[in-house]
Design a protein around this ligand. Structure first.
Ligand SMILES: [Zn+2]
Length: 345
């Protein structure tokens, strides 16, 4: 995991893999949103710089976009690999331990009180959702977290800086601090199962069955690019993986679900399994094949704080690594869409 630019954090797990440094001056839309979220109490705004340049808000900034962005445009929220990586970090640090659990902000304190003295059992991610299991008999106690757009879970090896902390887990000298989640709730097992039933196949869970979602793909008139972002079909897939797997499969994002062949669907899902596992391992998204790496092509590495080496994501106007055609940018479903009009059909 990369080291954050937060001076207070000795080590932390970021729910995103980039920030908008070098671009914040141009994005008043984000500033507006951060202020709005601050007013509603879901964002910490300890100073204008960090709140704008927060690591899981990505502002589309710079770049040669062919269309204007929607006024409230923000992207992307953490993709599934971030949550799975976070679950792994929580397990590594806390599994089997009795934690000090609190809610310095107060909003989760009543629930935290119910967990005092109860050992933390394990964390699991499903798509973009996180479940923290505690070793209680019936009723089960599970903390259910969705980071949303601005939520962060950070680890500190010293007292964390003051802030609007929804949930704080402490063991020995390790602090895990949750700020700004979309939600943080205490639930039981039936509620967890209900939440999971709403989610589709998660490429990072070996137990997920892509065959179960295929019937919905093959009869859909919606663009496959949209279906890939539907969490009830592909849990954990976000905008970067969507753009990149479509490129790698040579599929145009607007092609309808019912025009996708089963073998294409299988290849896309297998590619997600492979790429997202690399994302969990490396803490960033890299999707280019060996032949298109900077050293193989004799090109400079990608200069973009938003992630690793990719084919199309945030490369609008730049030449495709395969055919040289400028990468195209459009808006689909209020989200940025990037693709090569030559390589993808
Ligand atoms: Zn191309």
């Amino acid at each position: 995991m990369q080291t954050g630019n937060n001076n207070h954090a000795s080590r932390w797990v970021s729910p995103e893999h980039g920030c908008c440094r070098g671009s914040r001056s141009s994005d008043t839309r984000l500033t507006h949103l951060v202020r709005q979220q601050h007013r509603t109490g879901v964002a910490r705004r300890d100073n204008p710089t960090t709140s704008i340049c927060t690591r899981n808000i990505q502002v589309v900034c710079g770049g040669n976009y062919s269309q204007p962005l929607p006024a409230d445009y923000i992207e992307p929220m953490p993709e599934g690999h971030v949550l799975h990586r976070l679950a792994g970090e929580l397990n590594r640090r806390f599994a089997g331990k009795v934690l000090e659990i609190s809610s310095p902000q107060g909003r989760f304190q009543a629930e935290a009180n119910l967990l005092q003295g109860v050992p933390f059992d394990h964390a699991e991610a499903y798509g973009k959702q996180l479940f923290l299991h505690f070793a209680t008999p019936q009723p089960e106690r599970i903390i259910f977290i969705h980071l949303g757009l601005i939520g962060k879970f950070r680890f500190y090896e010293h007292t964390p800086p003051a802030g609007i902390i929804r949930l704080q887990l402490v063991s020995d000298d390790t602090y895990a601090v949750l700020t700004g989640p979309q939600w943080c709730r205490l639930i039981d097992e039936p509620t967890r199962e209900q939440a999971i039933r709403k989610l589709g196949a998660d490429p990072l869970r070996a137990s997920s069955d892509p065959g179960a979602i295929w019937p919905r793909i093959k009869r859909s008139s919606r663009p496959f690019g949209e279906l890939l972002m539907d969490q009830s079909l592909f849990a954990g897939v976000g905008n970067i993986y969507r753009a990149e797997v479509l490129f790698r499969a040579g599929i145009a994002p607007k092609r309808k679900g019912k025009r996708i062949l089963r073998r294409e669907f299988d290849a896309v899902y297998a590619d997600l399994v492979e790429l997202m596992a690399l994302g969990v391992r490396d803490g960033r998204i890299d999707t280019v094949r060996p032949a298109h790496l900077p050293e193989a092509m004799g090109r400079p590495p990608r200069d973009d704080a938003h992630g690793g080496e990719v084919y199309v994501y945030r490369r609008a106007g730049e030449p495709c690594y395969v055919c040289g055609t400028p990468i195209r940018h459009e808006i689909m479903g209020n989200r940025n869409l990037f693709y090569c009009p030559t390589c993808q059909h």
